[in-house]
Design a protein around this ligand. Structure first.
Ligand code: 5AD
Ligand code: FES
Length: 350
């Protein structure tokens, strides 16, 4: 590692910020030695805040119907090869009951931008979930909506909202999405969610097509300013029915490096070791925790629909029961010296 990279790492961990060009330098200067130093510092700050706790959230993939056509995504509208499904309110409540029995106290409802889920329908599901399990946090990850809609869902009881910004560079965004999907609107959504009072998660893919160190530096600068409660990052993985089918996947090494950097930028951030990370490497999620992540989100969707929520090829856990995923993750965390905690897992005061 060069003296310059070492200096950047020391300054980042002391001040939690760098200039945009310095983030790019740090990314371009990645070596295994630099990655090890960053991970050591990231794990130390995370341990100071959260000890050896890893938070867990139960993920329900409630619909793979989507009006959008994101070029990277396996459930994009133009993919005619995927069988579409939508869970009913009764299905979702049954999943939540099962999850509750397994100890989960946070549920994430994720889905495509499916017009069926109007504010009345989705709000009804959220309030039914909160009535049944008042001690649980409900997180939504249902894409772009109007400010009024986000407000209604918040009023119905939703606590958190995940909406990855995908890239902080408008021109890069335009290369990953069809005309008509607009980066400005994405940013508007994130601002509205925060203003309403949600705990908000943003995030991006690592190694998405056309992405450079300069783009990633912008992502980091954006996150430094936005101070999200959560940040979801994982490697881009090609899906065979999309225009990006022949693009290379993002790497494990760069994803881990960025997880460490994010931990140092915003020490209390809730940072998942994602399913995509577990897909590109059999111990990807463990490595993510050891690089500074502190959340895992096992899939609690009904086994019958899991294969249909294939955002990318070879996604893991599509054949496993919820209880299996929960126990599998618990064992994986214990093997590396961590403890899976099942409470709401709110962000620590910074
Ligand atoms: N590879 C990795 N992540 C993907 N996502 C969508 N498609 C892919 C892919 N091919 C991510 C996006 C989206 C989240 C739900 O999943 O970042 O916001
Ligand atoms: Fe699903 Fe391991 S987390 S099988």
């Amino acid at each position: 590692m060069t003296g310059r990279v070492r200096e950047l790492i020391e300054r980042l961990s002391a001040e939690h910020r760098l200039a945009e060009a310095e983030y790019a330098e740090l990314i371009e200067g990645r070596t295994d030695e630099a990655a090890a130093l960053l991970a050591e510092k990231a794990v130390a700050v995370r341990k100071a805040i959260y000890g050896n706790a890893v938070f867990t959230r139960g993920l329900f993939e409630i619909s793979n119907i989507c009006k959008n056509d994101c070029l990277y995504c396996g459930i994009r509208r133009s993919n005619a090869a995927v069988a579409r499904y939508r869970l009913s309110e009764a299905d979702i409540l049954a999943c939540a009951d099962e999850g509750y029995g397994l100890g989960f106290r946070t549920f994430v409802l994720q889905g495509g931008e499916d017009g069926f889920f109007t504010d009345a329908v989705l709000g009804g599901i959220v309030s039914a979930l909160k009535r049944r399990h008042p001690d649980c946090a409900v997180t939504l990850s249902m894409g772009e909506r109007s400010r009024e809609s986000y407000q209604r869902l918040f009023d119905a009881g939703a606590d958190r909202y995940l909406l990855r910004h995908e890239t902080a560079d408008a021109a890069h965004y335009a290369r990953l999405h069809p005309p008509g999907m607009d980066w400005e609107n994405r940013m508007r959504c994130l601002r509205d969610l925060k203003a309403i009072g949600y705990q908000v998660g943003c995030g991006f893919m690592v190694g998405s097509p056309f992405q450079t160190a300069r783009h990633l530096a912008k992502d980091l600068k954006f996150i430094e300013a936005f101070q999200p409660d959560m940040c979801g990052i994982g490697p881009f993985i090609p899906h065979h029915e999309t225009p990006f089918r022949d693009r290379p996947a993002g790497t494990l090494e760069l994803t881990l490096y960025l997880l460490s950097i994010l931990r140092l930028i915003h020490p209390p951030v809730l940072l998942p070791a994602t399913t995509a990370l577990g897909t590109i490497h059999p111990e990807g999620r463990e490595k993510g925790i050891l690089a500074g992540a502190n959340v895992v989100m096992p899939n609690l969707s009904p086994v019958g629909v899991r294969k249909q929520y294939e955002l990318y090829d070879n996604k893991i856990c599509t054949g496993d029961e919820s209880a299996q995923c929960r126990h599998c993750l618990e064992a994986r965390m214990e093997r590396i010296g961590y403890r899976l905690v099942v409470d709401r897992g709110d962000i620590a005061e910074s």
